[in-house]
Design a protein around this ligand. Sequence first.
Ligand SMILES: [Zn+2]
Length: 394
Amino acid sequence: MYRPRSILQQHTARLLRIIREDGPVTRVDLAQRTGFDSATVTKITKALMRKRLITETALGVSTGGRRPKLLEINPDVRTVLGVNVDQDYITVQAMNLAAQPQNTRRIANSDFRHPDKVLRTTQKLIAQLAAEYEHVIGVGVAFPGIINSETGACAYNAYFGWTDVPVKTVLSTGMTVPVKVENDARAVALGEQWFGAARNVQNVVCIRADIGVGAGVILGGEVFTGAHDMAGEVGHAVVAPGGPLCVCGNRGCLEAVASVSAIERQVRGRLKDDFPSVLANGDPAKVRFRDICRAAEEGDRLAVRALEEAAEYLAIAIGNAIDHFDPEMVLLSGGAFAGSDYLYQQILRHEPKGSFWQSAGDVKIERSRLGEDCEVIGAAALILKDFFAAGGNP
Ligand SMILES: [Zn+2]
């Protein structure tokens, strides 16, 4: 919900942003960069120091006279909880204001088809971890499927078989701090903007390939949700007409040919058909994506072929995304890119670019640096964004 900010809050937010992004800085730097007079800067920084959100550290360089004190964020004085729910696990991570992990709880999500059980377990993990920290500022939740960013409800999730589940309402029950729920790919995009490869980038398409494929789109510095919370559903763009059946009911969706599960399914099928491969030694059903990457790195033809095909489809989707959004960067994240470089390198070989010469060449195709924590970090960023925008108030 949009809350109007007071002038003081807005000024505080501006100073905090500079200290957070470019600190340590001096009070003089702050005054110069904002145009605020020195009394205002002194008053606001004093209030922030009282809350222990910023600290004075070493001395800066003198321009004649006393050496000025440097200010920086004091990240450990508050805790934010980042939650990620996927088909395999429910993860709750406690982090400081710089999204550095403090503590993690993870539990298998074997009952993912049952909203009551999933939400009850998630609530329990949140409560356990929250009890360990004195100053929790909020709980951010990255959730798969069509998520209404405002209400935090899951409108639809094909894998879970969920329709209209009020995730945020349930998780907020009994909580005294804000809870925010966002689609996982959009949360990851926000996390990348705050802490990852997309810092200071205004227009980014962050494609996340995992069990499913989705994208978080940042346009003009803001996460774009679309009119119906559907922006970024690149996973269901058809890239292989007449191809494998997708969970959405269509055939040949990107998700059905290039997600981690689609690649695993494909390799397992070919192993059952007795294709020669180093992966044929064990039970085909147990072959996981990381085994396929390792086999491909060793030159195994079956694994190489599966990943090359997926890379080709992903390259098509990236080219389309470049045409649709004209970004400076396309950022690849999720399980398909977390453990191994192989799929990423194959995509680069296709030199994905938009159809028009203007956009060719200068779009960066990067891999996430946030690794396996990208979802919980993105979830934390949902809370941190509001916290810092409100001048350090939850
Ligand atoms: Zn689909």
